[in-house]
Design a protein around this ligand. Structure first.
Ligand code: HBI
Ligand code: FE
Length: 285
């Protein structure tokens, strides 16, 4: 059952949400058409992943056991808790920053309950359960990645009074959503925004069009991002441990310096950048 909340401008039913913005997933009914659409979305992405997703994502996805229909979060929670201590909670859709960070800091990942419509197969603006679950949950099985996301939530709460949220949001965007990793299998994606998108998956890894640079905290937090097109710059890590390490750095001085600075453009390189070449593949020039 879909209902729109028009006062917030967000899609989803926020009327039954608790103070922490969580809801009961079982109050949302998925029909056979939803399950069929899920299976189509899953099949398309799962086939791309073999070539484009990092090993940890592929292994995590297998452990979700969600190929056959819209998953029940509690069924996955038993396995996820044992693997990494994370727990999935249902939310009506996009939630405000502070409750979002509180959930992450408590190792609870918010998953939107509603699924897109068939005509939105390739693209939608707000996160739905396919993006949130298929895109984000596999990596949460990895303890190193899970530690990063939890610490991100903790630091965002701690540093919000310094005006850090827009800067940290860029880091989240360019890692959790659009991150690439150069592993023993070559360049691969781990970001949920990439791996839940049929078009952006090959683009991010193989297209000669976007820029790719080695992840550096200040460079990444200083760079503006696009929400209406494929990314113009991707940041590349070498090891998943790098991410949690970023969150143990002394961030307040970095935040103070960056707040004074104009946003960097995602459409050009800057002095000191270490460029990373695309992987040779179907999209190579
Ligand atoms: N809420 N459900 C949901 N999903 C998100 O990814 C999300 C959110 N609220 C805030 C938010 N993301 C971002 O603005 C923060 O990362 C800054
Ligand atoms: Fe996301």
């Amino acid at each position: 059952m879909y209902s729109a909340n028009t006062s917030s401008g967000l899609r989803g039913d926020y009327t039954k949400a608790r103070a922490d913005f969580t809801v009961e997933q079982r109050d949302h009914v998925y029909g056979e058409a939803d399950h069929a659409l899920w299976r189509r979305l899953y099949a398309r992405q799962a086939q791309l992943l073999q070539d484009y997703a990092c090993r940890e994502f592929r292994e995590g996805l297998a452990r979700t056991d969600a190929a056959d229909g819209v998953p029940e979060l509690d069924a996955v929670n038993a396995r996820l808790a044992a693997a990494s201590g994370w727990r999935l909670v249902a939310v009506p859709g996009f939630i405000p920053d502070e409750p979002f960070f509180r959930l992450l800091a408590a190792r609870q990942f918010p998953v939107t309950v509603w699924l897109r419509k068939p005509e939105e197969f390739d693209y939608l603006v707000e996160p739905d359960i396919f993006h949130d679950f298929f895109g984000h949950v596999p990596m949460l099985f990895d303890r190193r990645f899970g530690d990063y996301v939890q610490r991100y939530g903790e630091q965002a709460l701690r540093l919000a009074h310094l005006g850090a949220v827009p800067l940290l949001a860029r880091l989240y965007w360019y890692t959790v959503e659009f991150g690439l990793i150069e592993s023993d299998e070559g360049l691969r994606a781990y970001g949920a925004g990439i791996l839940s998108s049929g078009g952006e998956t090959p683009h991010a890894v193989e297209s000669p069009a976007p820029l790719r640079v080695r992840l550096e905290a200040a460079r990444c937090m200083g760079t503006a991002y696009r929400i209406d097109s494929f990314q113009k710059t991707y940041f590349v890590i070498r090891r998943l441990d790098e991410l949690a390490e970023l969150m143990t750095r002394d961030l307040p001085p970095l935040i103070a310096a960056l707040r004074e600075q104009q946003a960097l453009s995602p459409e050009r390189l800057y002095a000191g950048d270490e460029p990373v070449p695309p992987r040779r593949g179907r999209l190579a020039a």
